[in-house]
Design a protein around this ligand. Structure first.
Ligand code: FAD
Length: 448
């Protein structure tokens, strides 16, 4: 077993671990990063497809208020382009297809008011939540005792509005409303500005796309100290003593003064700690399951829907296709249609054989766009629940009684171990920007 001695051990080379390393490197500190996978980037993964385009199988978008990601984009001189939004969006509901512009589909006036009111209420409630201590809100216990689905049953009257709201929730959380506590949802909306921002393209979280992908950005930022990253070395044990830590993976034994753990919360309990994690922390990590999302890309010779006057955005009530986006470059030759399958749909859909999945998705798209959609150049899909070192996405979620009982543990250090990762972020929790801020915070804690 190889012995390494360093000042600081970072575990995980996702955006959080890379941000922590960037800060420590700037401060002239000695550090090592242990990464379980054979690549860096974590929940970002950019693939060059045989049909031409490069696509993000993981995180893709950057919104205008995600300032820390924009700092990296500028520093690395990465080019960006905007998500295609021209033309009409399509809503498929109970076999009727209608077109609309903007974020909210054109539905009957009663359902539209109902839906608008629900989003307005969410925004008003979330406005009052502190992103640093959501558990301190006077009604925190009440909000944390119910799921978002219970709140929807109480406050949304029409079936259509409830259905569309649910699709919005699945798109934002990659989970069902019944899995999430109301308090966690309010915190999450506030953390990302508000619900409107999270579901929007223009001025929202889905506005801009990086040329070279989000994993490409991670590689550029990590380039100055890439040799400090030990790939294929999942952390197995972490022993703490008076003055530091001893960590082991299959091939390495690392001694360090401090450790920054930047892996998804759901994976933390799989590490053997000595002394063991404090019971409240261990209980918290038992309660932060990952959402489930599948990304499906259909690559066409051209974005033919643009010529038909459509934006490529579809909202549909038919399993498994609920939401699509045109993520091709504005002047690209290839048509790149991104289909999201989320929550329980993703958990079930991935169980089918790939040719069956492809057939089902294409049938849905053909129903909406017609025969031109029949034969894409390429079909690719990826379900993140199958990834052993993520176990889902986009982020770790909280059901009832978690934020109020255990939330205060999320950023609490444990002796020499400090905790980063997007799930620990105040601002843009669950997103790349939150991962970066969490890495910077953990690095500051260690430097202090
Ligand atoms: C399909 C999908 C779509 C998304 N869309 C967006 C989007 O459009 N915009 C956005 O901002 N965010 C999006 N996200 C969320 C975003 O990707 C995450 O918030 C962010 O990447 C989390 O970074 P992190 O560093 O906190 O965690 P991770 O990226 O999960 O990094 C953790 C790292 O730790 C490693 N690891 C795990 N266990 C161990 C171990 N035992 N030892 C060593 N290493 C270990 C992992 O391999 C990984 O590299 C999306 C995510 C997915 C998957």
């Amino acid at each position: 077993m190889k012995e390494i001695n360093t000042e600081i051990l970072i575990v995980g080379a996702g955006y959080a671990g890379i941000a922590a390393a960037k800060k420590l490197y700037a401060a002239g500190k000695d550090f090592i990063i242990l990464e379980a996978r054979d690549r860096i980037g974590g929940r970002t993964l950019t693939e060059n497809l045989t049909s031409g385009p490069s696509v993000d199988m993981g995180a893709k978008w950057v919104g205008p208020t995600q300032h820390l990601v924009w700092e990296w984009i500028k520093e690395s001189q990465t080019e960006t382009y905007e998500t295609y939004e021209q033309g009409k969006n399509l809503l498929k509901f109970k076999d009727k297809i209608s077109s609309y512009t903007g974020t909210i589909p054109k539905i009957d006036p009663i359902s539209l008011i109902d839906l608008g009111m629900a989003i307005h209420r969410m925004n008003k409630l979330s406005e009052q939540i502190s992103i640093s201590e959501p558990w301190n809100h006077p009604k925190a216990k009440e909000y944390d005792a119910m799921t978002l689905a219970t709140w929807m049953d109480k406050h949304i009257w029409t079936a259509k509005a409830k259905h569309l709201f649910e699709i919005g929730i699945q798109t934002v959380f990659a989970a069902e409303a019944a899995e999430i506590s109301l308090l966690f949802a309010l915190f999450y909306f506030k953390s990302g500005d508000n619900m409107d921002t999270l579901i929007s393209i223009k001025n929202g979280a889905q506005q801009s796309i990086l040329k070279g992908g989000t994993q490409g950005l991670a590689k550029k930022i990590a380039a100055p100290w890439m040799e400090k990253i030990q790939l294929n070395e999942p952390l197995l044990t972490l022993v703490q003593h008076e003055t530091g830590i001893v960590a082991t993976s299959a091939n390495l034994r690392i001694t360090a003064n401090k450790c920054i753990l930047s892996i998804p919360p759901v994976l933390i309990n799989s590490i053997v700690f000595d002394p063991p994690l404090p019971q409240q922390k261990a209980q918290l990590y038992q309660r932060m399951p990952m959402g489930a999302a599948m990304k499906v890309y259909l690559i066409y010779p051209s974005p033919f829907w643009r010529e038909m006057g459509y934006s490529g955005q579809i909202v549909s009530d038919e399993y498994p296709l609920k939401v699509t986006f045109d993520v091709g470059h504005t002047d690209s030759d290839r048509g790149v249609l991104l289909v999201f399958v989320e929550g329980n749909d993703a958990r079930n859909f991935i169980e089918l054989e790939e040719d069956v999945r492809q057939k089902m998705i294409l049938e849905r798209v053909v129903k909406i766009f017609g025969h031109q959609a029949v034969q894409p150049l390429q079909y690719v899909d990826k379900c993140w629940t199958e990834e052993v070192y993520s176990r889902g996405c986009y982020t770790g979620l909280m059901g009832p009684n978690t934020l109020t009982q255990f939330g205060h543990q999320i950023r609490a250090p444990f002796k020499h171990v400090h905790f980063a990762g997007t799930e620990t972020a105040e601002k843009w929790n669950g997103y790349l920007d939150g991962a970066i801020s969490s890495g910077y915070r953990a690095a500051s804690e260690v430097l202090e």
